[in-house]
Design a protein around this ligand. Structure first.
Ligand SMILES: NC(=O)c1ccc[n+]([C@@H]2O[C@H](COP(=O)([O-])OP(=O)(O)OC[C@H]3O[C@@H](n4cnc5c(N)ncnc54)[C@H](OP(=O)(O)O)[C@@H]3O)[C@@H](O)[C@H]2O)c1
Ligand SMILES: *[C@@H]1O[C@H](CO)[C@@H](O)[C@H](O)[C@H]1NC(C)=O
Ligand SMILES: *[C@@H]1O[C@H](CO)[C@@H](O)[C@H](O)[C@H]1NC(C)=O
Ligand SMILES: *[C@@H]1O[C@H](CO)[C@@H](O)[C@H](O)[C@H]1NC(C)=O
Length: 327
């Protein structure tokens, strides 16, 4: 009895000594809550995980051990299976983790939405996701011809997925303000979240203000933009990770430049989705909730906004529902 008590006490103290970082949560307009940062799991343009790969599974486990409680995936990333596996092996109860996944462009028909989510759930080995997003407004059939299904029809399919309990919340990704407003005006369920590119080069102040006014949570993808030399195209504006102004701010708080970058997005009210397969970086990217930038520092960071899009998806420029500026 006593030894059992001692071992329980030991586990308690041990666990506390290794207390993981808990990110705050934001309220959603449908009553739910969403953790303020997520691990991204897109492996990049032409990179697909191998069928038997475990790199994402391991990254998800590291993230959950570090204290992340939100993982961002999508059917098209081909990482759902590994995300589900990572949650399982982490030992963190399913209900403590927030899982976001997305509907691909070839499933925009109203009746295609629920079956598409069921396939994602099978990949994830889960019976619900916390958030399901329409990945892009641009429908495209498997044969590459454009699907011009009205997004309101797709949205009705999303609402059905929610009604069935397969998705706790539903939202949009890569929709512009006008496209979101159309959904809002239709008098249907309001989108709970919008996932868009947000980073130092593309801060999207108008769209952020619109979402704040509409009480739609904003998730920021490609949060590092062109910060890293190995990822930045030559045309991409400053800053890079050795930018003196950013290094000075990082030194002041004993943080890294990527951490300053992520902290700034959090202070803009954005939920950043940093992707990493590297344990140290995964841990570092979560460790941004114990300091606050000054107004002057935020102004410095704001000055890097050049309206430069890392992922313009020019291949869909001629799609009638292309969401971005066409220049
Ligand atoms: N809705 C959409 O259409 C959409 C589009 C794009 C992305 N997303 C989501 O957003 C997530 C993030 O976007 P992203 O993957 O494009 O790019 P990102 O997260 O901005 O950048 C990822 C890159 O940064 C590196 N990195 C991460 N943390 C670092 C650190 N602390 N120091 C140095 N390097 C670091 C990673 O390297 P290592 O992995 O080698 O560590 C990787 O090369 C995606 O994974 C996906 O979940 C959504
Ligand atoms: C993805 O690939 C396209 C086409 O090769 C390229 O133009 C674009 O810069 C790439 N995007 C990223 C984020 O690497
Ligand atoms: C492409 O697929 C769609 C949906 O199956 C079909 O309606 C359309 O006719 C196809 N287009 C071509 C050019 O094959
Ligand atoms: C600075 O940060 C590192 C890494 O988080 C930590 O190990 C170190 O103790 C910190 N130094 C100070 C002076 O806080």
């Amino acid at each position: 009895m006593a030894s059992k008590l001692i071992s329980v006490l030991f586990v308690f103290i041990f666990c506390n000594a290794n207390a993981s970082i808990q990110a705050p949560k934001l309220k959603l307009n449908d009553g739910g809550e969403i953790p303020a940062i997520a691990l991204g799991t897109w492996l990049g343009n032409n990179t697909q995980p191998s069928a038997q790969g475990t790199e994402v599974e391991v990254a998800v486990r590291w993230a959950l051990e570090a204290g992340y409680r939100h993982i961002d995936t999508a059917w098209v990333y081909k990482t759902e299976r590994q995300v589900g596996q990572g949650v399982k092996v982490s030992g963190v109860p399913r209900e403590e983790v927030f899982i976001t996944t997305k509907l691909w462009n070839d499933q925009h028909a109203r009746d295609a939405v629920v079956p598409a989510l069921r396939e994602s759930l099978k990949n994830l080995q889960m019976d619900y996701v916390d958030l399901f997003l329409i990945h892009w407004p641009c429908g495209q059939f498997a044969n590459q011809s454009y699907d011009l299904t009205d997004s309101l029809e797709t949205w009705r399919g999303m609402m059905e997925a929610k009604r069935l309990g397969l998705a706790k919340s539903i939202g949009l990704s890569n929709f512009n303000q006008q496209q979101i407003q159309r959904v809002v005006d239709a008098g249907l369920d309001k989108p709970a979240a919008l996932q868009i590119e947000v980073n130092l080069n593309l801060q999207q102040p108008e769209l952020l203000a619109y979402c704040r006014a509409q009480d739609i949570a904003v998730m920021g993808y490609t949060p590092f933009g062109s910060l890293f030399y190995n990822k930045a195209s030559k045309a991409a504006p400053a800053p890079r990770s050795d930018d003196p102004a950013l290094v000075a701010i990082a030194d002041k708080y004993n943080k890294t430049v990527p951490q300053i970058n992520l902290r700034y997005l959090v202070e803009l009210g954005v939920i950043p989705l940093p992707k990493s397969l590297t344990k140290k970086r995964i841990e570092q990217n979560l460790d941004i909730f114990d300091f606050q930038l000054t107004a002057e520092e935020r102004k410095t960071l704001q000055s890097f906004d050049k309206g430069y899009r890392t992922i313009p998806q020019h291949k869909w420029l001629d799609h009638p529902y292309y969401p971005f500026e066409k220049n």
